[in-house]
Write a protein that binds this ligand. Structure first.
Ligand SMILES: [Zn+2]
Length: 347
């Protein structure tokens, strides 16, 4: 089968397009003919071998890619809930299904969890083999490109805003960086699912307009305005109830200063850096919470796809590329000039 893989770490040029063996599946797995695979920041890290993704190749090729969607072409002997021809999206966070957290429905805490495309062979390929429990059936109304663009940006957004942060319709959320995949997902979850007031940040007037079209009530251009000052103005001095931060160190000082009494600060990424200074005095006197999430639960994924099928939320796709142009897509991702997701498509 055709696939995009690496045999060494490096820049976009180490991505190779060529033939690789088709995956064979176990009794609890399904084989999916991949129709679309979306890029995430983790893909760039995995390619470069940074942030804990460095691997020993020993002459073996590693197929990249996590988020993906396609149709089931083969089912393992123990699989009863999927059949050949099913349209599915793949949740790239693979859990064991047998440990205590997994059995308790808290599979996000599974100690042996891994990610498709980083800890195991991925989905930049014509076929991928995954546990049947890692797939969610797609409603007819949802395209493969749309579905593939959702898991890794919607799961943490849902986890922070809906489940852990318990954002309420009468509250205000600050979503950092509107233009990233997570930003575009989180604005919609906060606005369309919860019904909260949404403040977001971005860097150009064009992106400000796009963020407003997605549903943001207030957009702060951080190149021109101070985030904390503007948040204070917008909220009448009170601050925001929930911050969704996937940017990390660069915006931490301004974003923590923007948090209201009783505020919840959720972190799901540290693109700009992972060390920050915590003002402990403010945290305890203002009853604030800081928490981290990586992905989410299978049930979160099912609910997100259900809402996407009904048009409540959607994947915001900046550009699609044919699979063989994966290196071009990685180059775009390493620039800052995009709004939403970059998706690879297969014939
Ligand atoms: Zn487990």
């Amino acid at each position: 089968m055709k696939a995009v893989y690496i045999t060494e770490h490096g820049g976009p040029e180490v991505l190779q397009y060529g033939d690789q063996p088709e995956p064979s599946i176990g009794p609890n797995d399904v084989k999916v003919r991949v129709r679309a695979a979306a890029l995430n920041r983790l893909d760039v890290y995995t390619r470069a071998g940074v942030r804990g993704t460095r691997r020993k190749f020993d002459g073996n090729a590693h197929i990249m890619g996590g988020d993906s969607a396609g149709e089931v072409v083969e089912v393992g002997s123990e699989v009863s809930q999927r059949k050949v021809g099913d349209r599915v999206v793949v949740n790239p966070r693979m859990t064991c299904g047998q440990c205590h957290p997994c059995l308790a429905g808290q599979e996000e805490f599974c100690p042996s969890a891994g990610m498709l495309g980083s800890s195991r062979s991925g989905s930049y390929a014509e076929f991928v083999g995954v546990p049947a429990t890692s797939t969610v059936l797609l409603p007819d109304s949802l395209s493969y490109e749309q579905a593939a663009s959702m898991p890794t940006v919607f799961l943490p957004s849902w986890n922070i805003l809906v489940r852990r942060g318990e954002l309420k319709p009468w509250e205000t959320a600050l979503i950092l960086s509107a233009s990233s995949g997570v930003g575009t997902a989180a604005i919609q979850v906060a606005k369309n699912v919860v019904g909260a007031k949404v403040i977001t940040t971005t860097s150009t007037e064009e992106k400000v307009e796009k963020a407003r079209q997605l549903g943001a009530d207030e957009v702060i251009n951080y190149k021109e305005e101070d985030i904390a000052d503007r948040v204070k103005e917008i909220t009448g001095g009170r601050g925001v109830d929930v911050v969704l931060d996937h940017v990390g160190a660069d915006f931490w000082p301004a974003a923590t200063r923007s948090l209201a009494m009783g505020g919840r600060y959720g972190i799901c990424g540290v693109t700009s850096g992972y060390r920050a200074e915590l003002q402990m005095g403010i945290m305890f006197t203002r009853y604030q919470t800081v928490f981290g999430v990586f992905m989410g639960r299978k049930e979160d994924m099912r609910q997100i796809i259900d809402l996407a099928g009904r048009g409540v939320v959607k994947g915001v796709i900046h550009q699609t590329f044919p699979l063989e142009d994966a290196a071009k897509a990685h180059e775009v991702m390493e620039g800052l000039n995009f709004f939403g997701k970059l998706v690879l498509t297969m014939e």
